[in-house]
Design a protein around this ligand. Structure first.
Ligand SMILES: Cc1cc2nc3c(=O)[nH]c(=O)nc-3n(C[C@H](O)[C@H](O)[C@H](O)COP(=O)(O)OP(=O)(O)OC[C@H]3O[C@@H](n4cnc5c(N)ncnc54)[C@H](O)[C@@H]3O)c2cc1C
Length: 483
């Protein structure tokens, strides 16, 4: 039997980590049980990375409220957590009379939701904003933006950890039992944990955890979206995300600049039963490219550097209709906060969702502020983004800043060493990649991957055969061919 907690959070994605961080503002002993080896291996690291403006959701829904709240506060959040973010604006492009009517309805929905600055713009203004875009008019949302979903999720988790939250990786919750003294016992292959409160923020696993808590009946369907990542060469040609006219349930295939200067193309939407398969078939990439080329003409196979996919956990009612976020505390499962169906805009709305979870708890017991809570977190300084004077100063202070390890993304040894010694204790290759951008450039690690693997071994004392790419069992090396 392991330690006893006030709160155990199941799932350490962007929502679970936001909940952990917001609960750490109070005098509570908090733990996060995460089945993967890092915080952003599931949906939180597999999305469009857009800070949504809040016009695509029905008024009065939690999706609309959390999205608008999360969007408006993000400048301050990004500063506090030291994460990259750009309020680029975004356009939804149309061509026909039907498109115009639909965009006008979307604008009206946005106004009711509190989304700021929305306007319909004509062709001239549209082309001033995004010169290459193909379209006659657009709904322009100046408040939408782009962020780094890996850095954001990691930052929330690191800040939670710094404020006393315990993170347990490779801890999949397989059973939950309510004990006679009102506590819960959570079982994992690594042992059991006791806790007074349980938070279900298990993403794609939310239906299963809900059932374990004694709240059956949530049907979770997975909607898989594939993406292509384009080389930074085309980044300057796309100043903001360009979307088609959305339907009620789907935003459509769009092109999106990343905060680091790449462009992503996607996603399609396909209902899937397997929540573990993230492969991207060629026919899907062809379809994405063909569809997005009707909006933006710069998609060429020679610029493809990677693909990825993500799966949205959609809560559907008995008629198959997609429902709102569930943020609930139910009597039949006392002392639990159940977060179900946190699909898009869960990235934008993570902190507002977390605050609502805390509010539900505070309505049921007195929470005492944690006087030592510090909301600030410092990330790893990106050497390549500093001016010459600062670069020289950094090298003087630490010569490891003078050694480039990843040539494409210009990541230095000093940054990689900080990443290997990250506060969450993550030592996978993907963990280092998401913290530094090494292996994310044009060569996708062809040059630096082996160097990073060696660095992990040298710093942690592990054998090269124990270095994992991301998940349990994802060994990169099986042995030596030459001693
Ligand atoms: C294609 C796509 C595009 C999207 N685009 C956007 C966008 O542009 N903007 C936006 O705001 N949102 C977007 N989203 C939505 C957003 O990514 C999600 O809403 C958000 O990441 C959900 O976070 P989460 O923490 O709930 O889920 P996750 O990140 O999936 O975290 C849940 C965690 O729970 C863990 N877990 C599951 N079961 C167990 C268990 N039994 N025991 C222990 N741990 C467990 C998982 O390993 C996982 O790490 C998009 C999503 C997709 C798929």
């Amino acid at each position: 039997m392991k330690e006893r907690y006030d709160v155990l959070i199941i799932g350490g994605g962007v929502v679970g980590s936001a909940v952990a961080r917001e609960m750490a503002r109070y005098q509570l002993k908090i733990g996060v049980l995460e089945k993967e080896l890092d915080v952003c291996y599931e949906t939180s690291g597999r999305n469009s990375a857009v800070l949504h403006g809040g016009f695509a959701y029905d008024p009065g829904t939690k999706k609309a409220e959390c999205c608008v709240e999360g969007c408006l506060e993000f400048d301050a959040v990004a500063k506090e957590l030291d994460v990259p973010f750009k309020r680029t604006g975004k356009v939804l492009v149309g061509n026909t009379g039907e498109d115009l009517a639909s965009l006008k309805r979307t604008l009206e929905t946005g106004r009711i939701n509190g989304s700021r600055g929305l306007e319909i713009i004509g062709e001239k203004r549209l082309h001033e904003l995004v010169p290459a875009v193909i379209g006659n008019f657009a709904l322009y949302s100046p408040n939408s933006g782009i962020l780094d979903p890996f850095q954001y999720t990691i930052a929330l988790a690191e800040n939670a950890k710094k404020n006393g939250v315990d993170y347990y990786f490779d801890h999949e919750v397989t059973g939950i039992r309510r004990l006679p003294d009102q506590a819960y016992e959570l079982s994992t292959a690594q042992g059991s944990f006791l806790t007074r409160w349980v938070v279900n923020s298990a993403g794609l696993g939310c239906g299963k955890i809900s059932e374990m808590l004694g709240i059956p009946g949530y049907r979770i369907d997975g909607s898989k979206g594939d993406y292509i990542v384009l080389d930074k060469r085309v980044g300057p040609l796309l100043p903001m995300p360009v979307y088609p006219v959305p339907s009620n349930t789907y935003m459509g295939i769009h092109v999106t600049p990343t905060v680091d200067g790449n462009v992503t193309v996607g996603p399609n939407a396909e209902y899937v039963d397997d929540f573990t398969y993230y492969g991207v078939p060629q026919k899907s990439m062809d379809y994405l490219a063909q569809s997005a080329s009707t909006l933006w003409p710069h998609i060429r196979t020679s610029d493809y550097i990677r693909n990825y996919s993500g799966i949205l956990p959609k809560w559907l009612d008995e008629n198959g209709v997609v429902q709102d976020f569930v943020i609930e505390a139910r009597d039949e499962a006392p002392h639990t906060i159940n977060l179900v169906g946190i699909e898009s805009p869960g990235l934008t709305g993570a902190l507002p969702i977390a605050r609502r979870a805390v509010r539900l708890m505070a309505e049921r017991e007195t929470l005492y502020p944690n006087a030592s809570f510090n909301p600030r977190r410092e990330g790893i300084i990106r050497f390549s983004e500093q001016n010459d004077e600062r670069k020289a100063q950094l090298i003087r202070e630490n010569p490891d800043y003078g050694e480039l390890v990843c040539r494409c993304e210009r990541v230095t040894k000093a940054e990689l060493l900080q990443a290997v010694h990250n506060p969450l204790g993550v030592h996978t290759m993907a963990g280092i990649k998401y913290r530094t951008r090494s292996m994310m450039g044009r060569c996708q690690g062809g040059y630096c991957q082996m160097r990073v693997a060696r660095m992990i071994c040298e710093e942690t004392g592990c054998d090269i055969r124990d270095v994992l790419y991301a998940r349990a069992g994802s060994s990169l090396f099986t042995g030596r061919v030459r001693e």
